[in-house]
Design a protein. Sequence first.
Length: 118
Amino acid sequence: MRSHKHDLYALLALLLWVATIGASVAIQRYADPSIVSVDVRSTIDAFTKQSAEQKISNTQREQLAERFSQALDASLQEYQTKHRVIILVKAAVISGTKDITPQIQQSVSAKMRQVTEP
């Protein structure tokens, strides 16, 4: 009987140790997000250029700008949540971060098409 108790305690200790290691790895993985950057200026400039080429009223231009702003914000939030990263404006970063501008621009473009397509 004593040997079964000892085995049970050893098994529980092993399981606790494995759980502790697993929790430590998970905490480290989620507590230390990567830092990435996005060139917001070029994204806004591209939108401004495209919208200026459209023959729309000022009211429509304002609505389009609002949709763009919402799409940009949603794209940044989604990327940040999905990839567990901290996103910085590229102008504030000297070097050493992954540039996610193309992914964000593609996401914004897709969101803008969703709104305009039936």
